[in-house]
Structures are given as structure tokens and as C-alpha cells.
Design a protein around this ligand. Structure first.
Ligand SMILES: [Zn+2]
Ligand SMILES: [Zn+2]
Length: 375
């Protein structure tokens, strides 16, 4: 079938994207779903900083690639071997397909699925196939989804069924921002009621972590960013303390306010400076977690003795350490009971044709989550 999709043909491309226009809206051929694959009509797809990292070259990926990894939609058709999804089902996509059989999957850590990571790196579906074609040349899939498109064929293991009465525009956010941000708090850090949490970097994932910390019963939630407007948003969401990262003496101020540092500090900006700040505001015996994807050549240094003498823990968090089939319904349940204000992360919606302009807004920090809607 013919679809319309946002295709990145080369990387890096630098902003302003309204002039450099990295994404072209193209008519592509989409092959029917193969074994254990489903055809999804995309309803909504969110713009994420990881998409920006593919465009600006921080995350090198095979080109050309149809972008988009945070999406929701409705199943239109299922391929052979799919018995647990049917046409009409509403789904949220998870950006790591999990095979269910490799060692990480067997250990209950599907975010680390080996065949899933290999397929994502190559720009293919879990089956090893590409279903997107332009003038008989295959187009790569982005993290098994390619959600900036009217339709997508994805692995059955990339799609999580959700309740049909949840608006699909909000549902899309659960696929990346919420899984990564809330998951880092509840799964990776295991925040307990009464603890203190700091979040460094307040994009969609960072603000989702703020929401996750509040839902976990954290007593202090400290929000830190370089942009004053982001601090204001965090405060409105319920952060108890906010700090400008560039403020003189910010580390001492945070340590003072939190009586020696926080129990859990989360780096959500993908920068080593943000990680350094997060490490320095973590208390003795505390945990510093990072879920921001830094450039592959970035390194960070920490005083080795502090790990031992202060019993520090440093943790990485991919996909929030989530089991998507368990956590997406769980987080949606929290949202519906008013305990996770995910709708407050949704800044604006727009058309596929205006995606380059929307990436400028994301790059300039003017939106938290901008969602492309199709109808
Ligand atoms: Zn993302
Ligand atoms: Zn696996």
C-alpha cells in the first residue's frame, strides 16, 4: 500500500530545520505484515530528543530512514502467527522489540533484548526485514516503528494493546517519554515514599521523571534545567524545589537545601555536564542514574574513592528498565486515576507536513511534547 512518511535522507543536518528541512514527506510503498508483524494505522506520534539526535548525527543510523519512535495507533491487519492482536485493537508502540527468548529477555529485562538491539541498529524489523520501499529501494525503520507516517508495519513484539477509550494522542507519550522517565524512577532507582529525587534536564523524559517521583511519594522533588521556563513547568507539575543549572554555586545550594544531597539524582539531558551535576548532588549512599543518551564518544570522570567511601551507586537506564507489556498498562492506570499528569506534557499537536518546523520548536525548548496527529 501507499503511505506518507517523514524520511531522513542524510545526517547530520543542522538547525534551523525550517530552512535545512532534514525530513521530506514522501509517498512510500509499505509491504504487508509478515510473520508475527502487524499493520498499524498511526493515530499520533510524538517528537523526541532522540529523533533530534539522529538528525544532528549524535545517534548515527543507516540512511535513508523513516523517523519516529513514540507512536500510537489502531491495528488494521495482522500477519501470520499473530494470535493475540486483532484489527481494531488500539496499541502503543515500544521502541525496543523484545524476542522473549534471549538472555536479557529471559531475565525479565526486555529493554536489553539482543536481537531487538541488533535490529534497531540495522534499521530493520525484528524479523530482519524492511517493509518500507521508495522507488524499489528499501528505506530503514527507526527503532522498529517509523511512526511519523500514516501507517506502519511493526513486529508484534513492538506493539502493546491498550484500552480503546484512552485518547490516542495522549497514549503516544507512554511509548517513550513516560516509559523512559517514569520507568527510570520506579524501576531503575526504585524510589520509595519519603525519599528525595532530583531530575537534571527537563525535556519530555525529565518531566515524566518528575511526575514519576511525585507518584512514588518522594518527599522532595528537585528539578534542574538551563531554561527558566522549564523550571516553571516543573513547579506547576509539583516539583518542590527548582534550580537553574547555570546558577552560581548551584551544587552547594542543592546540597544545602536537601541536607547533604538527594537519595536519587537522574540525568535526563544526555550530557556529561548534566551527569556531573547529578553525581555531585547525590548524597552519601545515594544513587545517580542516567537515562539521557549522550554522544557515543562522550566520557565522564568521577572520583573513584567516592564510589567506595560513600557507597555510591551509578546506574544506566534504557527504556526506563521497563517491561513494556507490564508497565505501559500500569502507567496508563496511574494516569487515569489522576496520579500521573501525562496530559500536561503534551504541549501541542500538528500536521505531518509541518514536522521540520516542529523540530525547531523542540530544539529551541519551546515545546515539551509536540505530537503529530493523523486524520
Ligand atoms: Zn524518545
Ligand atoms: Zn530478547
Amino acid at each position: 500500500m501507499k503511505i506518507r512518511a517523514a524520511v531522513l535522507r542524510q545526517s547530520p543536518v543542522l538547525p534551523p530545520f525550517s530552512t535545512s528541512r532534514p525530513l521530506s514527506i514522501e509517498e512510500l510503498d509499505l509491504d504487508p505484515p509478515g510473520h508475527e508483524e502487524v499493520l498499524v494505522r498511526i493515530a499520533a506520534a510524538g517528537l523526541c530528543h532522540s529523533d533530534l539526535s539522529v538528525i544532528n548525527g549524535d545517534r548515527p543510523r543507516p540512511m535513508p530512514m523513516a523517523l519516529g519512535h513514540e507512536a500510537s495507533g489502531v491495528v488494521e491487519a495482522v500477519g501470520p502467527g499473530v494470535h493475540d492482536l486483532a484489527p481494531g485493537d488500539h496499541v502503543v508502540m515500544s521502541f525496543v522489540p523484545s524476542c522473549g527468548h534471549c538472555l536479557p529477555c529471559a531475565e525479565g529485562r526486555p529493554a536489553l533484548c539482543l536481537p531487538g538491539a541488533e535490529a534497531n541498529g540495522k534499521g530493520v524489523l525484528l524479523s530482519g526485514e524492511r517493509r518500507l520501499v521508495c522507488d524499489e529501494v528499501p528505506v530503514n525503520h527507526h527503532l522498529g516503528i517509523s511512526g511519523f507516517a500514516t501507517h506502519a508495519v511493526v513486529s508484534r513484539h513492538s506493539a502493546i494493546r491498550i484500552d480503546r477509550d484512552l485518547p490516542l494522542t495522549e497514549a503516544a507519550l507512554f511509548g517513550c517519554a513516560v516509559l523512559t522517565g517514569v520507568g527510570a524512577v520506579v524501576n531503575t532507582c526504585g524510589v520509595r515514599p519519603g525519599q528525595s529525587v532530583a531530575v537534571v534536564g527537563l525535556g519530555g523524559v525529565g518531566l515524566a521523571a518528575v511526575l514519576g517521583a511525585l507518584a512514588s511519594g518522594a518527599e522532595r522533588v528537585v528539578a534542574i534545567d538551563l531554561a527558566p521556563e522549564k523550571l516553571e513547568v516543573a513547579r506547576q507539575l509539583g516539583a518542590t524545589d527548582v534550580f537553574l543549572a547555570s546558577e552560581e554555586g548551584v551544587i552547594d545550594k542543592i546540597r544545602e537545601t536537601t541536607s547533604g544531597g538527594v537519595d536519587h539524582a537522574l540525568e535526563m539531558a544526555g550530557s556529561t555536564r548534566a551527569f556531573d551535576l547529578a553525581y555531585r548532588i547525590t548524597r552519601r549512599g545515594g544513587t545517580t542514574a542516567t537515562a539521557g543518551l549522550a554522544n557515543p564518544v562522550s566520557q565522564f570522570a568521577i572520583p573513584a574513592v567516592s564510589l567506595v567511601a560513600e557507597e555510591r551507586r551509578v546506574l544506566g537506564s534504557y527504556l526506563g528498565g521497563c517491561v513494556p507489556s507490564r508497565d505501559i498498562p500500569r502507567f496508563i492506570g496511574l494516569y487515569r486515576r489522576g496520579k500521573l499528569a501525562v496530559d500536561r506534557l503534551l504541549s501541542s499537536t500538528g500536521r505531518l507536513e509541518e514536522i521540520n518546523e516542529a523540530f525547531d520548536l523542540l530544539h529551541e525548548g519551546k515545546v515539551i511534547r509536540h505530537v503529530i496527529t493523523f486524520d
